[in-house]
Design a protein around this ligand. Sequence first.
Ligand code: 6PG
Length: 233
Amino acid sequence: MRGNGGIYLILNMHIRVFPDGNTLAAGVAREVICNCEQAIAERRVFHWVLAGGNTPKQCYALLRHARMDWNRVHVWFGDERCLPFGDAERNDTMADQSLLSHVLVPSSHIHRIHAELGPEKGADEYAVRLADAPPMDLVLLGMGEDGHTASLFPGNPALIDDRLAVPVFHAPKPPSERVSMGYSALNRARKRIVMAAGSSKKGALQRIRKGERLPVARLMACERYVDAAASSG
Ligand code: 6PG
């Protein structure tokens, strides 16, 4: 398998399989850079939605050294945990530590979710900003072992909430309260990439291959970038 991943089509979704987490991170980083260049060439700006969790950390660290026109990059978040600003477990804290504090993206271009306000207020406030924003150029997303993505979890009412940003209660992955982009915002973006690494994600990908409409499978056309351990081969 080449370092840039073998591509195959399943259920009309592009899946790119990389040998390991390192090549996966490099592959996604290349895709971010390419989409950034294309967006800036066409529209003079790149609106990029960051994924939370652990999977994207290595990719973000690689992008510290990327030749991107950070002055024309706007960073958004796919979801945020309802924790105090600066909490170590927040997704924007992870993004700051792995990337944003290392690059010259203007602070006014970092559109944080004010999840510290709580799910309802945080979602309402973020939805107003999303409504004023153009379609996102690229959304990066992770995937949980249950097939959740962003903070859209199986069986949760947030799945059928058509607002641009939705409050999330009773999330099975702590913390239980979150704010997430809803499908209407995620599917409005020009492109979506879902990242999954490690054998713990294999089951969810197998269930999706069999046609189960897990939350991540309800996204409109998206590309899945996975490592061999997560891929059912
Ligand atoms: C979060 C994320 C969540 C994450 C997946 C995968 O708040 O944790 O938004 O959707 O992307 O749970 O997490 P890992 O990358 O840590 O496996």
